[in-house]
Design a protein around this ligand. Sequence first.
Ligand code: AMP
Length: 300
Amino acid sequence: MEIVRTVAGLRAWSRAERSKGQTIGLVPTMGALHAGHASLIEAAAGQCGRVAVSIFVNPTQFGPNEDFARYPRSWEADCRLAEAAGAQVVFAPTVEEMYPGSSGAGPGTFVDVEGLGGRLDGAATFVEVPGLSDRLDGKSRPGHFRGVATVVSKLLIACEADRAFFGQKDAAQVAVLRRMVAGLRIGTEIVVCPIVREADGLALSSRNVYLSAEERRQALVLSRAVREVERLVACGERKAEALVAAGRAVFAEESGVRVDYVELVDWGTLMPVEVVAPGALFAVAAWVGATRLIDNAVIG
Ligand code: AMP
């Protein structure tokens, strides 16, 4: 497996492979890879002749008081996992490579520009997806989806992939990226893969390593709330008000967990719906101690 550090290098690899008739799959990640990421890489390897995995902890999607500086990093294990899952290339650029002019900060460096934490606002060009980017996670994490849309558009432009693979785990991100790709007319198809969970239901997340044993137990309330709403829908409940109330009631059983949002929305617009319809998404976010976790289910 090859390690590529520059945008020009990634583009040259992609073009060389395409000229040999290969299709290209891209799996964007922030590293600290787990079985959820592996499932995306395996899906990409199943659908594309060549697979690139990007590993880049993107400073612009973190708020000033978020975990950019301490985000888990496990470079060697990540490379082993990526290769075993079927990647031919790991693209691991520096911050300066992705954000030219951002003061030469290396990977893992906390970039504090104008007191904005990891934002780099003074030095960067941004992609905005208005309407969606202040919904769900974007509401409690202002600027988050601007950072996501910006870095993913850079990766898609650099890689010129046929398909890019994302997890339903980050369902609001998927909505933002689908609209971004349509709006910018980027020719890469967005493929969404199912949520990979632990045996007890907890959705895999790089941030699960932050949880103490007691928090790990409390964190199960997210998947419990999602499962309860799925159960009610299967029993015929259609009203959003009742379903959201039932989800909230599950959270109320776990006093150590602070709810960020419990919402039933249309997956395309991220706007609340009144009744379950095709494309309806039940999504939750909550703070377990200092760790913010998310989960969801498509129930339409
Ligand atoms: P991250 O490294 O957290 O930015 O995630 C990179 C990609 O992996 C995103 O498309 C996520 O949605 C996806 N992902 C993260 N956790 C899971 C999971 N438990 N199951 C499936 N995909 C996931």
